[in-house]
Design a protein around this ligand. Structure first.
Ligand SMILES: Cc1ncc(COP(=O)(O)O)c(C=O)c1O
Length: 379
């Protein structure tokens, strides 16, 4: 079926109890046994819950996968995935990624004995050279937050497959509407469902999705053992958000591209980082592995931090806030906001500098968005 149909129906059918067309919220911690030693399909909501099951089946269908798992936050999904690796395992991670992922890897996972190595995965030779006998995982994010670098997911998936190394891709920025990493050969997709998948900035959530049976079995065990699962009410909200994923993503994509083109011509803007622009170094690669570019991108203002702060304090329609992927437009300063958990020298070395601004372009009218940035940038 087409994704426009999957978003409405996958994992959901009229509820057997009363025929409710919308997935009911099974707000219960526990379920009555049918008799002594006879549990029903569900026994305890950490181990499984009907509302969560509906969302997990829907997420799996969206990525064309066998199994989906829903978590309390994107970070909870990452924490669960990273518990897959043991002390002494070597994990290769792309060197430019969401600051919270960097913090989790450097301040929690590495301290537990996993050898985390940051490598520029745009350079496939560097990736090949960094492989070791104990390399068990490769963690990619594409496009990256906030620099919008694009990784060759087909090539990374193949390198992983050839060496029996688990490959994981954070697909938060594009959502399965535009990019399906499992079809490109990646083993596990991770999402912060807080963003485009839910799309309304009213839930935090995460997901892991895979067709790899061994990974699925381990993730199912860890989700229950670690208790990182999503709550029933949040699952209901994410399911409701998903129903409009296709229509939302089309408008996010169109608005962001129009705004990027407009900014690229603006005399006070020095660079626009958007994979849909021909000026983006990986424009062709982006087009070859995704069907759109999403709604989030970054740009650099001339005049450094002073000009960036002036712009950020002058917006009226854009809201100065972290996060992305909601219907409303947001603007933020990675240097002082989302990426502050990365040490300054690391931020600078990858290109997250004081002049960088990230926008999450919503689904408002494009003329209003351009007018707002126009007055905020000033003449
Ligand atoms: C690309 C990416 N991955 C993961 C996360 C973490 O997700 P959450 O905030 O839902 O824990 C974020 C949050 O901004 C993100 O942008």
């Amino acid at each position: 079926m087409h994704i426009e149909t999957i978003v409405i129906h996958a994992g959901q059918k009229p509820d057997p109890a009363y025929g409710a067309v919308m997935q009911p919220i099974y707000q219960t911690s526990t379920f009555a046994f049918k008799g002594v030693n006879k549990p029903g399909e569900f026994d305890y909501s950490r181990s499984g819950n009907p509302t969560r099951k509906a969302l997990e089946e829907c997420l799996a269908a969206l990525e064309g996968a066998k199994r989906g798992f829903a978590f309390g936050t994107g970070q909870a999904a990452e924490t669960t995935m990273l518990a897959y690796f043991n002390s002494g395992d070597h994990l290769i991670v792309h060197d430019d990624l969401y600051g919270g992922t960097y913090r989790l890897l450097t301040q929690v996972v590495a301290k537990n004995g996993v050898e985390v190595e940051f490598v520029n995965l745009r350079n496939l030779d560097a990736l090949q050279k960094s492989l070791r006998p104990n390399t068990r995982g490769i963690w990619a994010e594409s496009p990256t937050n906030p620099l919008m670098n694009v990784l060759d997911l087909r090539a990374i998936g193949k390198i992983g497959r050839d060496r029996n190394i688990l490959t994981i891709c954070d697909n938060t920025f594009l959502s399965p509407y535009f990019q399906r990493p499992l079809e490109l050969g990646i083993d596990v997709v991770m999402h912060s469902t807080t963003k485009y998948i839910n799309g309304h900035s009213d839930v935090v959530g995460g997901a892991l999705i895979t067709s790899n049976d061994k990974a699925a079995e381990k993730i199912a065990f860890l989700q229950n053992a670690m208790g990182t699962c999503a709550a029933p009410h949040d699952c209901f909200l994410v399911l409701r958000g998903i129903k409009t994923l296709a229509v939302r993503m089309e408008v996010h994509n169109r608005n962001a591209l129009a705004l990027a083109h407009w900014l690229e011509k603006h005399p006070k803007i020095s660079q626009v980082l958007h994979p849909g622009l021909e000026s983006h170094p990986q424009h062709q690669l982006a087009k070859s592995q995704a069907t759109g570019f999403g709604g989030t991108f970054s740009f650099r203002v001339k005049g450094g931090q002073d000009q960036a702060f002036k712009l950020l304090s002058s917006v009226k329609l854009f809201t100065l806030a972290e996060s992305l992927g909601g219907v409303e437009s947001l603007i933020e300063h990675p240097w002082t906001m989302t990426h502050v958990s990365m040490p300054q020298d690391v931020r600078k070395s990858v290109g997250i500098t004081e002049d960088l601004i990230r926008v999450s372009v919503g689904i408002e009218h494009i003329d209003d968005l351009i007018a707002d940035l126009d007055q905020a940038i000033g003449r």
